[in-house]
Design a protein around this ligand. Structure first.
Ligand code: IMP
Ligand code: MG
Length: 179
């Protein structure tokens, strides 16, 4: 069972639920009467996008982009677009949603890309932020929770593809990384 590999729970299911509700409520206020394009960054964004949009009452379209900036626990510092969005963002108010911001590279590059494609506005939203990991400056409009500079898994976040199905955010036991 995946739970057995978790050393400690950092963010509970209840805290995640409350963060989704708080951010959704804020988005409703900030974008009142506007139509939105929510762009999730696969695969980590999946549970967060689905829970977040339940609290947003605007007319909105969701689309997904698959980008890769990580191998194991190390950032490669490169952004590779593996799957692009279908939606035309020209003149649209866009919110990019990701699981976590670490170096900031992913969100910086994706927001720059969508701006050059002519979006009316581009905002970033993450469930988790690791401010200590920042390498480039990026403006994140919505943050669920700040966490320390530790590698975490669960609720979409993976280690080598696993642990995304944990309903909470946790820290893995050291021996898992040595396998
Ligand atoms: P950034 O480009 O360094 O900000 O990294 C963002 C991406 O790195 C996220 O979308 C995650 O996929 C991945 N990432 C960063 N920190 C963690 C972590 O603690 N656990 C799992 N994935 C992470
Ligand atoms: Mg990711």
């Amino acid at each position: 069972m995946v739970d057995n590999d978790v050393k400690r729970i950092l963010v509970t299911e209840d805290e995640i639920h409350r963060a989704c509700k708080r951010i959704g409520t804020q988005i409703n206020k900030d974008y009142k009467g506007k139509e939105l394009v929510i762009i999730g960054l696969l695969k980590g964004c999946e549970p967060f996008v689905s829970d977040l949009v339940k609290h947003v009452s605007n007319f909105l379209i969701t689309d997904y982009m698959k980008v890769k900036s990580y191998v194991g626990t190390q950032s490669t510092g490169e952004l590779l677009i593996k799957n692009d969005i279908d939606v035309d963002v020209t003149g649209k108010d866009v919110i990019i949603v990701d699981d976590i911001c670490d170096s900031g590279l992913t969100l910086k590059k994706v927001s720059e890309l969508l701006s050059t494609r002519g979006a009316a506005s581009v905002a970033c939203c993450v469930l988790l932020d690791k401010p200590e990991g920042r390498k480039v400056e990026v403006n994140i409009k919505y943050v669920g929770l700040d966490i320390p500079n530790e590698f975490v898994v669960g609720y979409g976040l993976d280690y080598n593809g696993y642990y995304r199905n944990l309903p909470y955010i946790g820290v893995l036991k050291e021996e898992i990384y040595k396998k």
